[in-house]
Design a protein around this ligand. Structure first.
Ligand code: MTE
Ligand code: MO
Length: 373
């Protein structure tokens, strides 16, 4: 393991660390265990092999940053204000002093699998690795809000981050900020995470604290939280209205919860396999539990049911597997299709949208059956 990766490890711990921009570059070095999509700002994918694990090791969790890593020091505080009775601010010690809640979540970037949308929309060219499963902990956002006393008239909670920068299609500097509906903000599993996978949150993932709103696409999980404001009218900032919206012939709508989707982790693309093999993968949906996953070998419509395992938590992906027998040696494909308990099914193709979000279409994995000995 190279020097760059090592420096990421040691500075990743927020305790006493002053985050600098040079860390972003270090973590984007050639020894990065992630597949770097862009170095500056740092965007990188979880490698395919890591997706077979239930929980993604922190060093292998994908990173999506719209701007350079913000400079945050140990005296960082989170201000709570807007339509509240008592505005106040909390430091990290105060966040730690509140009851801590453990929340697991499968988190997918809304732009994951953009590369397989035709014609290719603009935006980061994500393959299939903007996807990870993490165990977080921290205080419930509702406990932080309760102390401030949110107005009964409030409709949204705006979470503003410490990172900002210029955008091609905006005037001046834009700060990363997202609002969530009040009911979602008051759900006990919406937390201000201080830890991930049992260790302090790392810099690239939002230290000292980030919002975790399980079930929603990644963008709602605001990193480097700086302010929390109760709003009386819906927020219309850049990252709420100009980005993270489905824009298609039928109009514009907000990107919110993760669409039902599944991935195949075994066999892997390009691998050679025996004629009798077990197909495995994961399925998730931000809307509801997974009802069924089906697979089909090669073209056509011979879908067969798989056995579902039990997800570790309500918001983490469901394991599935299915034994298949493929007699003919040579190239084959397998596809998986998940259905959630609302009846939503993975489509064969998504409705094309200008910014290329929410691609949950069924995708084949192409592999080989080897010559039998
Ligand atoms: N402050 C801030 N929060 C952010 C972002 C960002 O650019 N800035 N990117 C969002 C997006 S688009 C995603 S997919 C997730 C990714 O979180 P990760 O980098 O920890 O995987 O963070 C979200 N939170
Ligand atoms: Mo994202």
């Amino acid at each position: 393991m190279g020097q760059a990766a090592l420096s990421v490890r040691t500075t990743a711990n927020y305790e006493g660390a002053v985050v600098t921009v040079s860390e972003t570059r270090a973590s984007a070095g050639s020894s990065s265990p992630l597949h770097v999509v862009r170095r500056d700002p740092y965007n990188a994918e979880t490698p395919e092999y890591a997706l077979s694990e239930q929980t993604t090791p922190t060093a292998l969790v994908y990173v999506r940053s719209n701007f350079d890593l913000p400079v945050i020091d140990v005296s960082h505080t989170v201000a709570v204000g807007g339509a509240v009775r008592t505005p106040y601010s909390l430091d990290v010690a105060a966040l730690r002093a509140l009851p801590q809640r453990i929340v697991g979540s499968t988190m997918e970037c809304a732009g994951n699998d953009r590369l397989s949308i035709l014609p290719l929309p603009s935006g980061e060219p994500w393959s299939s690795g903007a996807l990870s499963t993490i165990t977080w902990s921290g205080p419930s956002l509702r406990d932080v809000l309760a102390y401030a006393g949110v107005s009964d008239q409030a409709c949204e909670i705006l979470v503003t981050a410490a990172d900002s920068g210029p955008r091609d299609d905006a005037v001046g500097r834009v700060t990363f900020a997202r609002a969530i509906p009040i009911a979602e903000a008051l759900h006990p599993d919406t937390i201000l995470a201080l830890t991930m996978n049992g260790a302090p949150l790392t810099s690239v993932h939002g230290a000292p604290t980030r919002l975790v709103i399980p079930g929603w696409y990644g963008m709602a999980n605001v990193k480097w939280v700086q302010r929390i404001d109760a709003l009386l009218t819906p927020y219309d900032g850049y990252f709420q209205r100009q980005r993270y919206v489905y824009e298609d012939a039928s109009g514009v709508s907000a990107v919110r919860r993760m669409r039902v989707k599944s991935i195949i982790t075994s066999p892997t693309a390009g691998s050679t396999n025996p004629s009798s093999l077990v197909v495995r993968g994961w399925a998730w949906s931000g809307a509801a539990a997974i009802e069924r996953v089906e697979v089909v070998v090669d073209g056509g419509n011979q879908w067969q049911l798989t056995q579902l395992g039990t997800p570790t938590t309500p918001y983490t992906w469901t394991p599935w597997e299915c034994a298949v027998m493929i007699k003919q040696v040579g190239r084959h494909s397998i596809r998986s299709r998940a259905t959630d308990t609302t009846g939503a099914v993975q489509p064969d193709a998504i409705v094309w949208n200008r910014l290329g979000y929410g691609n949950n279409a069924v995708r084949p994995v192409v592999f080989e059956i080897g010559i039998r000995e």
